[in-house]
Design a protein around this ligand. Structure first.
Ligand code: CMP
Length: 139
């Protein structure tokens, strides 16, 4: 077997930030099914990004390379130019393109300045791969 070691960058976070990201993951129907060890690694590797009012976080139809958690601010979700709803803090989003390798299903726009935690696809995949390896090594 050929082992590729990817150095994952951990970003220090205080306990209230970790709690917020964890709650957002557990509020998401898809992400809450992940292994707890994977969730901890995801939380550790997320890094903060600030979006300004009016900026697009996600554009419908594009390939998706990040998974996000909204920490502060307000976002709106649109599909075919139609407003689907709003997102408030403690919401994880952008999981569909990452988990199912599909195009972005909706546009997400910052209605106010927004603090968002992001995780890139390579880091997500390397976290998911690690346990597959660990599980195989047990047998
Ligand atoms: P993704 O398709 O990767 O990118 C757009 C994201 O918007 C999607 O993942 C979901 O996280 C989110 N999303 C899609 N449809 C809705 C909806 N109807 N209401 C709220 N969020 C949505």
């Amino acid at each position: 077997a050929h082992h590729v070691s990817i150095e994952r960058a951990r970003v220090r976070k205080d306990s209230s930030t970790k709690k917020l990201i964890n709650e957002a993951i557990m509020n998401n129907d898809f992400l809450k099914k992940l292994d707890p060890q994977h969730m901890r690694e995801m939380v550790d590797c997320m890094y903060e990004r600030i979006y300004t009012e009016g900026q697009l976080v996600i554009q419908e139809g594009e390939p998706g390379n990040y998974l996000y958690v909204l920490a502060d601010g307000l976002l709106e979700v649109m599909q075919n130019g139609k407003l689907l709803g709003e997102m408030r803090p403690r919401t994880a989003f952008g999981e569909l393109a990452i988990l199912y390798n599909c195009k972005r299903t909706a546009t997400v726009k910052a209605v106010s300045q927004a603090h968002i935690w992001a995780l890139d696809r390579q880091t997500f995949q390397s976290i998911m791969m690690k346990s597959t390896q660990a599980t195989q090594e047990e047998y």
